[in-house]
Write a new protein. Structure first.
Ligand code: 9MG
Length: 274
């Protein structure tokens, strides 16, 4: 049976996987401090596991447009205790970071995926992950989180994003990284208008066929959902489930979501109907 090698795990290719978003950003815990934030994140992770998440994606820095960068030491302080608390939880652990030093520590701590919104472009990023067996998610982003949404422009968004991903795959494999470890992600909302996002969503299968690498899609609660539904971020559950199913219909093998229980149920019904 064909499988995705994913760090310590082998996942079937016969169904889409659900990656639950686990924020280690203690914004709402300024009073309770670090331990309250850690406790809350662990409780949230345990709930996502009960809800059927295949992968937990731990992130210590928000990538929302305009979000301030987090210093290295602070990101490590947020992320590492969570990795240690969760690495033996039975599900795969991914770390969302673009910092090579965080990648190194995460790899040493035994995570299964590094999810880099910067496509492993930072100096030292490739060296940090090269000798591990982690899966690597290579995402496209135009510019950086501070500037990415300032009038993004492409002549042909699908062609340009595909070319970027092809170049990153070539660089990573030339460095000795097995192509089987790689995942591609068009980076919905990262330097794209609503039209760009939907053009990329519809081009999922074409990108997978062209690049020969499986696709991870993250649309959950994003503005591309709000633009179509007219709903604010806290009312985007149904739209996000629609987006997750659309992404899978267009070839995604992992969907990165906030609402794990609802997405897992929707995908079970989807799967039963195929
Ligand atoms: C961290 N992060 C936020 N949005 C994301 C997306 O769409 N894909 C990936 N891989 N990571 C994301």
């Amino acid at each position: 049976m064909p499988q995705h090698k994913f760090g310590r795990f082998n996942f079937p290719t016969s169904r889409a996987l659900v990656m639950g978003i686990l924020n280690a950003t203690p914004d709402s815990f300024s009073d309770g401090g670090q331990f309250a934030a850690l406790d809350y994140a662990i409780t949230h992770a345990e709930q996502m596991i009960r809800d059927g998440a295949d992968i937990l994606d731990i992130g210590g820095e928000s990538s929302r447009p305009g979000a301030p960068p987090v210093p290295l030491e602070e990101e490590l302080r947020r992320v590492l205790p969570l990795i240690f608390a969760l690495r033996d939880c039975g599900q795969a652990i991914s770390v969302d970071t673009y910092k090579p030093e965080v990648m190194r520590e995460a790899v040493l701590a035994g995570v299964d995926m590094i999810n880099d919104i910067n496509g492993f472009r930072a100096p030292g990023a490739i060296e940090a992950v090269k000798d591990s067996d982690c899966a690597l998610c290579v995402m496209h982003m135009l510019n950086n989180p501070t500037t990415m949404q300032a009038q993004p422009e492409y002549n042909d968004v699908v062609r340009e994003v595909t070319a970027f991903l092809a170049e990153r795959i070539a660089v990573l494999t030339a460095a000795g990284i097995d192509k089987e470890r790689l995942w591609i992600d068009p980076g919905f909302g990262f330097g794209k208008t609503v039209e760009h996002n939907y053009a990329l969503l519809k081009a999922g299968r074409q990108m997978v066929a062209e690049l020969g690498v499986p696709l991870l899609a993250g649309l959950s609660r994003k503005s591309m959902i709000g633009a179509v539904t007219g709903k604010p971020v806290e009312q985007r559950l149904a739209g996000s489930i629609g987006g997750a199913l659309a992404a899978v219909a267009h070839g995604a093998q992992i969907v990165r979501v906030h609402d794990v229980a609802e997405t897992v149920d929707a995908l079970k019904v989807w799967q039963a109907a195929h």
